[in-house]
Design a protein around this ligand. Structure first.
Ligand code: 0X9
Ligand code: ZN
Length: 443
């Protein structure tokens, strides 16, 4: 009887979580019975086992994997086998039903700020209530925008809205199309949009569909820069800021409509049930060398060849064309509070300018911490996480010679930063972005 009630309660929770959201469709269907594990690795052998699972076992999905611990979800099919293996490795772990976690997150996601009405336009004098000045209303609307996770179309209208409002400083572009034909949209911000500055700071986000907070931080950077341009004239001296907030628009949309934890793009292979390429394993630096897989069901499937994906080649085309101007390439991911610099493809590979890479990373981490004490760890991803090749950071530095090349992993204990915290993550990360951009003018 008790079991039956438990079942009913869980089904209800599941329906509520599913229907209420993290998207309009039921993007949690299929996750019933899944368990989230947080594992503390005792030694190197447990870590190695986890790396092997991450690369080769598609029933397991790693949210975070470091040398010391992992966070992953496991399907009901694999649960017993996985726990038996953990016991034999003698490691300690905690577990939580995934749907319970999602219900708790949902309960935490109240929209305390003003609601966003889907439109983001400055109100003209006269349309606004008398007591409300246009600037203040715009700010209020923006707060609404940064207290939820926008869909692809909202992101694009926010971007084109900024370009329309600040035509002298901002251009809206498309770098190309995704597998499913969506725009890979970009914003160029500079002090004079008719003149090409000598240097470019390139920042991209949402290479992995489920990392929603990343897009918001990049849009916030655009918004904040444009609304206070005068305060940033020094930073922007001869520097163009080029932003791609949704590198993987298909994967991003899919996480809203169908599968909240989708990571890859949406490349479909006729005759196969698995789909998608990990765009961050598809770049042409040590492609498919380590931490990547040729099994197309793997979360780290590297594609058929370097640049095989339209999303990758759109980014590569832009960066190659502008390679002498681009001085910073910053790839925004989540989660873990890390700033990584090259190389990530193998351990103990030290780039010639590691001193500079490290000191700029530390300065950015320091600036982020000033907002509310958030502490980042800096280093190479191969030494802090795992060895993984074919990522943008290594390609930008190693193949294109872009001197400042980083991956930043934003805060969070999972991919869903609560709605009320989005604005704070945006604000603290903004300080880090500005610090990175400040260093561009030294090249
Ligand atoms: O594995 C990744 O692609 C990144 N982490 S995530 O959890 N967001 O998937 C880290 C990439 C770090 N860079 C290299 N390995 N080169
Ligand atoms: Zn990522």
């Amino acid at each position: 009887m008790a079991k039956m009630w438990q079942g009913i309660v869980w089904s209800l929770t599941f329906c509520l979580v599913g229907l209420a959201g993290f998207g309009l469709g039921n993007n949690l269907a299929g996750y019933e019975g899944y368990t989230k594990y947080t594992v503390q690795h005792g030694d190197e052998s447990a870590f190695k086992y986890m790396v092997d699972l991450q690369t080769n076992d598609s029933e397991l999905d790693f949210w975070l994997l470091t040398r010391n611990s992992s966070v992953l979800t496991v399907s009901p099919k694999r649960k017993n086998q996985f726990e038996a293996r953990l016991s034999s490795l003698g490691v300690s772990y905690e577990m939580q039903p995934l749907m319970e976690l999602m219900a708790a997150l949902k309960a935490n996601s109240s929209y305390a700020e003003d609601d966003f009405d889907g439109e983001y336009e400055e109100c003209q004098q006269g349309d606004c209530e008398e007591a409300e000045r246009p600037r203040r209303r715009t700010r209020r609307q923006a707060r609404g925008f940064f207290s939820h996770y926008p869909r692809y179309h909202e992101v694009l209208s926010f971007m084109s809205g900024l370009a329309a409002r600040y035509p002298q400083y901002c251009r809206y572009e498309s770098l190309g199309h995704s597998n499913e034909g969506r725009h890979i949209a970009a914003l160029s911000i500079s002090l004079n949009s008719r003149v090409r500055p000598r240097r470019v700071a390139y920042i991209q986000a949402a290479t992995h569909g489920r990392e929603w907070i990343t897009t918001q931080t990049v849009l916030y950077l655009a918004y904040e820069l444009l609304s206070n341009l005068r305060a940033f004239t020094r930073v922007l001296q001869d520097v163009e800021i080029f932003l791609v907030p949704l590198v993987n628009p298909d994967g991003y949309e899919y996480t809203h409509t169908t599968d909240r934890f989708w990571r890859k793009n949406r490349h479909r292979y006729g005759g196969h049930s698995c789909s998608g390429v990990d765009i961050n394993r598809n770049f042409g630096n040590h492609w498919n060398y380590q931490g990547a897989s040729q099994n197309l069901c793997s979360e780290v499937y590297s594609g058929t060849s370097p640049n095989s994906e339209p999303e990758t080649s759109a980014v590569v085309r832009y960066l190659e064309f502008n390679r002498h101007r681009v001085k910073l390439s910053l790839d925004v991911h989540s989660f873990g509070k890390f700033i990584f610099y090259p190389y990530g493809y193998a351990k103990n590979t030290v780039p010639p300018t590691v001193g500079t890479l490290r000191s700029v990373a530390l300065r950015a981490a320091n600036q982020i911490g000033r907002y509310r004490g958030t502490r980042y760890t800096t280093g190479t991803s191969a030494s802090i996480l795992y060895e993984a090749s074919g990522s943008l950071d290594d390609f930008a530095y190693g193949n294109l010679g872009i001197p400042l090349s980083y991956t930043i992993e934003l805060p969070g204990d999972e991919f869903h930063v609560p709605a009320h915290d989005i604005i704070h993550v945006c604000k603290e990360t903004f300080a880090g972005f500005i610090e990175f951009i400040r260093h561009v003018s030294l090249y």
